[in-house]
Design a protein around this ligand. Structure first.
Ligand code: KE4
Length: 433
């Protein structure tokens, strides 16, 4: 827990918040439970930086958990939302912008021919699962321990993110019969998938996964893993669902499926696609998406789906990604940052495993390679928490959980990366236990 940070206003707001909001937060991971000390309350964001209500400035490694690939208050996004708002905030009717946006998403994501806009990643994955079940006529869904796909009942089992952080193997309020058709396997174990499909293959509607996991911390697929899942699902007539809510437009403009060259049947998108506004999407080949109402029998709806402000924000962000692709810059800078973290931890004689791909990175406090949930859990989360606060005192805001990926924005300048390296070096050196 921090010593030198001014926190009076955040602490007062947290006390007030707890009286009126469960846990004082509108999403569990924001409570800082796994790092202790109580949450910071944000006053504003600007580029690569966050400013809290006590006047502290932080280099932001969370980026609102992924949406802000160009940082906070990105001028073209702010202008687009402001201009759209002046024409009305919601119509509950179709607009040209939604059509153009759908065309832009389809042009970007290799496997998608039709797309439906929704308001959250949870809605996107929940709807994608329903489509997979409706299209195949099968009920079972395979997911992987440590992967998190939002809080829809069927997917809230042995998840990552807040569940992993809070150590909740499953959520209360989800009847066992609802998750009875959700089969959970270890991530990165292709033999386990093959064995399950030999037994249950005819009943499995889809495999759902984060192609690169962010929700147990950053965990990469082993070589051949995604290709193997593609082959097994194809052989058994099951669909492959890539939850690209984090990786979409982050690991490449076409997401993980472009970067790894493995095309899923259904894709869930969120975060970056919404430009920081409440917008997500799911898409697939036309023959799959055509099962969705009003065209087909699978029902899915939403008052604010395709909201004009959110569409304006998403279109502005994707336009900038096309005009100024940040991927090479981020790959080079964040790869260097990962190497610097490894070196400064070693200098401090601290065992860490640093997993990184593109602008996603996690420092696991373990001496083990981290390739699934079991190995992620060998990390010393308490020591991560002490490193977290040592960084906070040095003006760097890392995810407030060992089991979350960091997301770095193109708003980071080379000087910001240098500042982060120095802060991490000092923070490792300050870890006396
Ligand atoms: P939302 O419903 O939170 O928009 O998206 C759910 C979701 C789905 N799929 C993936 C791969 C995700 O990472 C998420 C949400 N991610 C978390 C961060 N681990 C959001 C932060 C939070 O829960 O407050």
């Amino acid at each position: 827990m921090s010593g030198s940070l001014r926190r009076e206003k955040s602490e007062a707001l947290y006390a007030a918040a707890q009286a009126v909001i469960p846990g004082g937060v509108n999403s569990p991971v924001r409570a800082f439970k796994s790092v202790g000390g109580g949450p910071i309350f944000i006053e504003r964001g600007e580029g690569a930086y966050l400013f809290d209500v006590d006047g502290n400035r932080y280099l932001d490694f969370v980026g609102s958990w992924g949406p802000l690939i160009f940082g906070h208050a990105e001028p073209s996004i702010v202008a687009a939302v402001t201009e759209a708002a002046a024409r009305g905030t919601s119509f509950g009717a179709s607009t040209e912008a939604e059509v153009r946006f759908a065309e832009e998403i389809i042009a970007a994501v290799p496997s998608v021919e039709k797309v439906r806009l929704v308001s959250s990643g949870t809605e996107a994955t929940m709807s994608a699962i329903r489509v997979a079940r409706g299209y195949t006529g099968r009920s079972k869904v395979v997911k992987f321990e440590g992967c998190y796909h939002g809080h829809s009942d069927a997917l809230l089992s042995k998840s990552g993110s807040g569940i992993a952080t809070l150590g909740l193997p499953d959520s209360a309020g989800v009847p066992a019969r609802v998750t009875a058709d959700t089969l959970t396997l270890p991530f990165n174990d292709l033999d386990a998938v093959a064995r399950l499909f030999e037994i249950d293959g005819g009943d499995i509607a889809c495999i759902a996964l984060e192609p690169v996991v962010g929700n147990m911390g950053c965990v990469l697929p082993k070589p051949g893993y995604l290709e193997g899942l593609r082959e097994i699902t194809r052989r058994h007539g099951a669909l492959l669902l890539f939850d690209e809510v984090m990786t979409g437009f982050r690991l490449a403009y076409g997401g993980a499926q472009e970067r790894f060259g493995v095309l899923p049947d259904i894709t869930a998108l969120g975060k970056i696609v919404g430009g920081g506004m409440p917008l997500a999407a799911y898409g697939a080949r036309a023959e799959i998406m055509d099962v969705v109402a009003p065209l087909g029998p699978v029902y899915q709806a939403g008052t604010l789906s395709g909201n004009p402000l959110a569409v304006a924000a998403g279109r502005a962000q994707l336009a900038r990604l096309r005009a100024e692709p940040p991927y090479d810059y981020l790959e080079e800078q964040v790869t260097g940052l990962a190497e610097s973290f490894r070196e400064s931890a070693a200098t401090a004689d601290i065992a860490v495993t640093v997993n990184q791909i593109g602008s996603m990175i996690t420092v696991f406090f373990t001496d083990r390679p981290v390739y699934d949930y079991e190995t992620a859990k060998t990390s010393d989360a308490a020591r991560y928490g002490r490193w977290f606060w040592a960084l906070m005192e040095r003006g760097v805001y890392m995810p407030p959980s060992q089991f979350e990926s960091a997301f770095i924005s193109a708003a980071f300048t080379p000087a910001d990366f240098a500042r982060a390296k120095e802060a991490a070096r000092e923070a490792f050196a300050a870890l006396t236990d």
